[in-house]
Design a protein. Sequence first.
Length: 95
Amino acid sequence: MTVIDADVAPRFDTCHEVFLADLDGEGRVLRLWELVGTGGRCEVRLPEGMAADSVQPADLRGRPQGRPIPVRGGAFEAEVPPFAPASFLLGGGAK
């Protein structure tokens, strides 16, 4: 399983772009973009000091999709499709 550390600024590593942005005072969106075509399950570690009880998968317009995913120990697991974005709304106490 790939482990992704989500910084508060755009960042590139070997296979993912990570972007974290404020939503005009309505929370934050975390967007991952898989760059090498492998896709699959990954663990996403939120930035230190960022509290969230859950993340909500969302489409590119920020509309919720599916069920919320619990955050445990500052991290959550999710599927990231190959060559595609995966967006998550931070909720439940996100700061």
